[in-house]
Design a protein around this ligand. Structure first.
Ligand code: FAD
Length: 304
């Protein structure tokens, strides 16, 4: 319930515009958000990416946002992704760019998202960059998978995120392993009905392990995207992370100690780096999924 309330606050346009117009609150919250977000501009993401690459991490950059309903705005977002890719290309950063299809057109219609995605993937291919598609609410899963499948048939440099909490993921993975794209496995960030999804539990962790095994047995490229230490230790114990096709991926600012430790043991480790003006929604999501973060956010605001 706390988490639902926080997500509603995050989407409330009145609160958002109040914060944006407040000369006192805005910089304080931005300061706090910088625990999880590299900054408001592309350059902030690039600078952090360079630093992490020099320390031996892989990176995945995302211009944050979702559910863009205005076509002109979708075009601008798509252009920002193209600019990001060009800039990464000019720096020979053959890394990953992540995006949500509802940020570039899915909330207008599927065709817009598909056309914009093709443009972005094509440019990414020029520079040896991989594009990772995020997974959104279950009402969008079929559309996102359809667009992914149509795209990967033409461009191999695209991957897809799958949510272990959905019961359907087992069958989705059975189908998706026949496509070459990397699969990023997450637990799932959206509240879903118990008819179609499981909540955080041992059952979910066992399902997660089963899906990872399915991917490893098929020698399929996989990104294990979780911060769950117990789950990760189990995968270390089962030697899942030793496979060259497997990488660990965590969100910037969450359990940096854990990913540092995994990297020091020689595993492939990637950090997801968000940037952009929509940091407020992203910050609320990170607090909603782990309300203890509220204390660190308040501390960061009091002691900037
Ligand atoms: P949990 O069981 O939620 O948490 C395990 C432990 O991790 C917690 O006890 C805590 O120690 C730590 N932790 C988890 N979250 C936080 C936090 N916010 N702050 C501080 N500590 C925390 N979800 C989607 O639905 N679609 C996507 O496309 C998507 N992409 C993602 C990409 C990456 C690279 C990652 C890492 C996650 C992504 N997620 C996505 C989010 C994911 O679904 C989970 O909501 C999120 O990772 C938290 O779940 P968890 O696996 O870490 O395990």
């Amino acid at each position: 319930q706390v988490s639902q309330a926080l997500k509603s606050i995050a989407r409330n346009e009145h609160i958002k515009s109040y914060i944006q117009q407040s000369n006192e609150l805005y910089p304080l919250l931005l300061q706090a958000a910088q625990r999880f977000v590299t900054g408001e501009n592309r350059q902030d993401g690039i600078v952090t990416a360079k630093e992490l690459l020099s320390r031996g991490y892989f990176i995945s950059l995302e211009y944050i946002g979702e559910n863009t309903t205005d076509l002109e705005e979708c075009r601008k977002v798509k252009d920002e992704f193209l600019n990001l890719i060009e800039e990464m290309g000019s720096l020979s950063m053959k890394q990953t760019v992540s995006l949500d299809l509802s940020h570039i057109g899915l909330s207008v219609d599927s065709e817009t998202a598909y056309i914009h995605l093709l443009e972005v993937v094509k440019k990414a291919q020029l520079y040896g960059i991989t594009l990772m598609i995020g997974m959104e609410e279950s009402s969008k899963t079929n559309d996102i998978l359809d667009i992914y499948k149509k795209t990967i048939e033409q461009y191999p440099n695209v991957g897809i995120t799958i949510q272990a909490h959905l019961f359907r993921s087992n069958n989705d993975i059975k189908e998706l392993i026949h496509y070459p794209g990397k699969i990023r496995l997450v637990k799932g960030a959206y509240q879903e009905s118990s008819d179609i999804a499981m909540s955080r539990s041992n059952e979910l962790n066992n399902h997660y392990l089963k899906l990872v095994k399915q991917l490893i047995d098929a020698n399929h490229p996989v990104s294990i995207a979780t911060h769950d230490e117990v789950l990760i230790q189990e995968m270390v114990h089962r030697q899942y992370l030793n496979h060259p096709n497997v990488e660990m991926e965590m969100l910037y600012g969450i359990r940096p100690d854990l990913i540092r430790d995994l990297k020091s043991k020689g595993y492939n480790c990637k950090i997801y780096l968000p940037y952009g003006k929509e940091w407020y929604l992203y910050l609320c999501h990170r607090i909603a999924e782990y309300p203890e973060n509220l204390y660190s956010v308040l501390t960061d605001m009091i002691n900037p």
